[in-house]
Design a binder for this molecule. Structure first.
Ligand SMILES: [Zn+2]
Length: 435
């Protein structure tokens, strides 16, 4: 276990609580001491040689981030990503906790599969959690055994990648999930409204001769599932919000006391359908990028807390798959390694969120899913990310720890550099370092 002393660093916690600047001593995987600069090792008292000292000047330290929505493709599609490379990408991006979606092959619909994935995830250095499927084989016909999945370690339920089409089954799932105190996380796209998936039905699709995915695909299911959550008392998360109408539905539901959470991805708050013209299949995702009014509504939703979580929907695919013609390419882009810089560029620098508000959105999932982490304070896990706000970096093919390169942000210069990620007191990523 590393012992680390971070000297004189700006500290940002969600909600702006706690110390604003100071020194941190990490021991036994926890934050042993957090104190104003110079108090832990005052002048004349040397830092012992066995403690690694890190200069915190010109750095911000955040709690290790959590991404409640990643696809590590393991088992079944490890040519795209695996648990080890996915976790390395997380560490590079400042994420110390991730929740893997269950659309693997085989999918995460039995306790044994979840136990196996969690066992393999133990060696990654970061905290890797598993979602369990809502329905067997993600077929949308029969519910899985929620109690058994929970006992095996599932931290939420989802058929992500697919919607739960049957309203009756969704209602039954909500009743049972509430009994198990599990949140259901929902990919809201009714295929009835989708011609061509991965691109908004609108101007850009038309110009490319494609039909597109209508916004009603999302709106109709968000409306239905908010109503189901309201009448069953279940807690749900609406994943990767893309349409302005969905933001408004969630805003009203929250005001009425419905237990609903919402995710926004960096791509949905940074880009519109226009990105498909420039980046083709690397801007193809489900739900699709939509219009500027939708993007503005997502920004507003993030600002007022309607959208309480930022999640990347990290979705690796191979270069060969993304080289196919648009209609045949798979949907999804990677996101873990660019997320924090995009939050900085799109939300913090324009003044939409303060850093502490941004941290609320990047750590809310700890509370929503009942996981440890999310706060810099004595006794908390030593899960931290050290960020250099005055530096920038160029996104190149070589930058990624992920196996995949499918991102529309390739070749951009992004502000802010993750210098070090620490999880459980261990350095799991260091800029220019070995790990
Ligand atoms: Zn999804």
């Amino acid at each position: 276990m590393d012992r680390i002393f971070i000297r004189d660093v700006q500290i940002v916690n969600p909600g702006g609580v706690g110390l604003m600047r100071g020194d941190l001593l990490l021991e036994d995987g926890r934050i042993a001491q957090a104190a104003p600069t110079g108090e832990i090792f005052p002048h004349g008292k040397e830092v012992p040689a066995e403690i690694r000292e890190v200069d915190g000047r010109n750095r911000i330290v955040f709690p290790g981030l959590i991404d409640a929505h990643v696809h590590f493709r393991d088992p079944g599609y490890t040519e795209k990503e695996d648990i080890m490379t996915g976790a390395a990408a997380a560490a590079h991006g400042g994420f110390t906790s991730v929740i893997m979606m269950g659309n693997t092959n085989p999918p995460m619909d039995t306790p044994g599969r979840i136990e196996d994935a969690l066992k393999r995830a133990e060696r990654t250095g970061v905290r890797v959690y598993c979602a369990g499927n809502v329905t067997s084989g993600m077929q949308g016909r029969e519910l899985t055994d929620f109690a058994a999945l929970r006992a095996a370690g599932a931290v939420l339920l989802t058929d992500d990648g697919l919607p739960i089409r049957s309203e009756a089954l969704m209602e039954k799932a909500c009743v049972q999930a509430a009994e198990q105190s599990l949140v259901i996380s929902l990919h809201e796209e009714d295929p009835v409204y989708i011609g061509q998936a991965g691109i908004n039905r609108g101007r850009v699709a038309e110009s490319m001769g494609l039909d597109g995915a209508d916004r009603m695909a999302e709106i109709s299911m968000v409306r239905r599932d908010i109503a189901i959550a309201a009448r069953t008392g279940a807690e749900i998360t609406i994943q990767h919000i893309s349409a302005k109408e969905s933001v408004e539905l969630i805003r009203r539901a929250k005001a009425e006391g419905v237990r609903v959470h919402a995710e926004a991805t960096p791509h949905h708050f940074a880009l519109t359908e226009e990105a498909v013209r420039a980046h083709g299949t690397n801007a193809r995702m489900n739900p699709p990028l939509r219009e500027e009014e939708d993007r503005q509504a997502i920004l507003k939703g993030l600002a007022d807390g309607t959208i309480d979580m930022i999640a990347t929907d990290h979705a690796p695919h191979t270069a060969a798959e993304k080289a196919r013609p648009f209609p045949e390419a798979p949907s999804g882009i990677i996101g873990l390694e660019t997320a924090l810089s995009l939050v900085y560029r799109e939300l913090v620098l324009p003044g939409i969120l303060t850093w502490s508000q941004a941290m609320e959105r990047l750590t809310a999932a700890y509370d929503v899913y009942g996981l440890p982490g999310g706060m810099i304070a004595e006794g908390e896990p030593a899960d931290l990310v050290l960020f250099a706000p005055d530096e920038d970096w160029t996104v190149t093919e070589e930058t990624f720890r992920s196996k995949a390169r499918n991102t529309p942000f390739l070749n951009e210069v992004l502000p802010g550099v993750v210098k070090m990620t620490i999880c459980g007191g261990q350095v799991v990523y260091e800029d220019g370092g070995e790990v």
